[in-house]
Design a protein around this ligand. Structure first.
Ligand SMILES: [Zn+2]
Ligand SMILES: [Zn+2]
Length: 395
């Protein structure tokens, strides 16, 4: 048969999984619901499985293995490896290697395996249905994962593990609940399909729909609604600029159950070395983006000369703050080195060092505060530009 679209051939197994399973779920689950019905216990189990799979992908596959945002106890790694296999999204090794390529070449249609530049459908699941060149395995970016025995065990026994988690476990649960078919359909099939699509939203919708407060250099967006569906991964603009942070939603009120889970694990000794990007760097990214936007907006409004001068003064100050912060960081680094070297063991020196580190902390706080204030001033400045533009078009 000829292929008029010149597309690569379909991947038969993936087509069954990603096209066949949703169709089967759409027909069989409502049918069983009408003729037999589901119990509350079955719904609750499906929800529990959904979260166990989802959090193993986001907390394990994604933040732990792809980005090394923290270190996990082997018990937690095994837990993620098992429940992650239950999500049926390939092994940790393949998933993470693809994902690292996604970050490195984001939006590059030739190299990003699920580039948003190739459209919503492609980045959602189209990329998995055909044997695209960008899907060819290349583990040169995942040597560290190949040295992880948990990752390799899961990779080598992937089919057995995923069958155990998707069929074996729901089957056992079905016997326990007294409805094998219903449990297989709801906790097995339906939960699997829902989890697939909510996780795929991160590659598709989270690159199309939402705001870009931290960077406009790629298509990733922040979207609170998507975060709710994706176990916290909807703060994707933040994630693409600060990928090693264990948090995606950095504010305490932002919905990020993955961050809460990692945090809880660290409190009971299951996780450590959680990476947090310093607040100053976050503020700097926001301001940088705002300056770029402000410049663009002012270029479009020729009468904004005096405001432009103010903007440049603000930018000058911003650059100074950034330089000062960088200098302070290296000062802190040197102080730490001296401390580790044991050069400050005497009591008097110790006291002086405490004073110095307190002074350093104060300076850091002052700089963070000055960036926050600058953000406010920049917003006011832009309000003036908008006012002027509206006034001009109105006149
Ligand atoms: Zn992305
Ligand atoms: Zn990522």
């Amino acid at each position: 048969m000829t292929n008029p679209t010149n597309k690569p051939p379909l991947d038969p197994i993936n087509t069954i999984i990603f096209a066949g399973f949703p169709i089967a779920a759409l027909i069989l689950v409502p049918a069983w619901g009408i003729y037999h019905g589901f119990t509350t216990a079955q719904w609750l189990w499906a929800l529990a499985f959904l979260y166990l799979n989802g959090l193993s992908i986001t907390g394990g596959y994604h933040r732990l293995w792809s980005h090394k945002a923290y270190e996990a106890h082997p018990a937690l790694k095994w837990f993620f490896a098992l429940w992650g296999a239950g999500a049926l999204q390939n092994s940790i090794l393949i998933w993470s290697s693809d994902h690292r390529r996604h970050h490195r070449y984001v939006d590059d249609n030739e190299r990003d395996p699920y580039s948003a530049g190739r459209g919503l459908w492609f980045s959602h699941m189209g990329w998995m249905l055909r044997k695209y060149k960008t899907n060819e395995p290349d583990f040169s970016n995942a040597r560290d994962l190949q040295r992880d025995p948990v990752v390799m065990f899961q990779h080598n026994h992937y089919v057995a593990l995923t069958v155990l988690m998707n069929v074996g476990l729901p089957l056992l649960l079905g016997f326990y609940l007294g409805d094998v078919i219903g449990t297989l359909l709801l906790v097995g099939l339906f939960r699997l399909v829902v989890n697939h699509h909510v996780t795929f939203f991160i590659n598709s919708l989270a690159h199309f729909w939402g705001t870009r407060p931290y960077t406009e250099s790629n298509s990733a967006r922040d979207n609170g609604f998507l975060a709710f569906l994706t176990y916290g991964e909807g703060y994707h603009n933040y994630h693409h600029i600060f990928q090693t942070d264990y948090r995606n939603g950095i504010r305490w009120w932002q919905w990020d159950p993955t961050k809460w889970m990692i945090n809880a694990c660290s409190r009971v000794g299951l996780a450590r070395k959680l990476v947090r990007v310093p607040d100053f760097k976050i503020q700097r990214a926001i301001l940088d983006t705002q300056f770029q936007r402000a410049r663009r907006q002012m270029e479009a409004s020729p009468s904004a000369d005096s405001l432009r001068a103010t903007l440049e003064r603000e930018y000058q100050q911003f650059t100074e703050s950034v330089n000062e912060w960088t200098a302070l960081q290296s000062q802190r680094y040197e102080a730490k080195k001296a401390e580790i070297g044991g050069a400050l063991s005497e009591k008097r020196q110790h006291l002086q060092q405490r004073w110095e580190s307190a002074a350093l902390r104060t300076k850091f706080k002052e700089l963070e505060y000055s960036l926050r204030m600058q953000r406010k001033r920049l917003e006011l400045l832009m309000e003036q530009v908008r006012f002027q533009q509206a006034h001009m078009t109105g006149a």
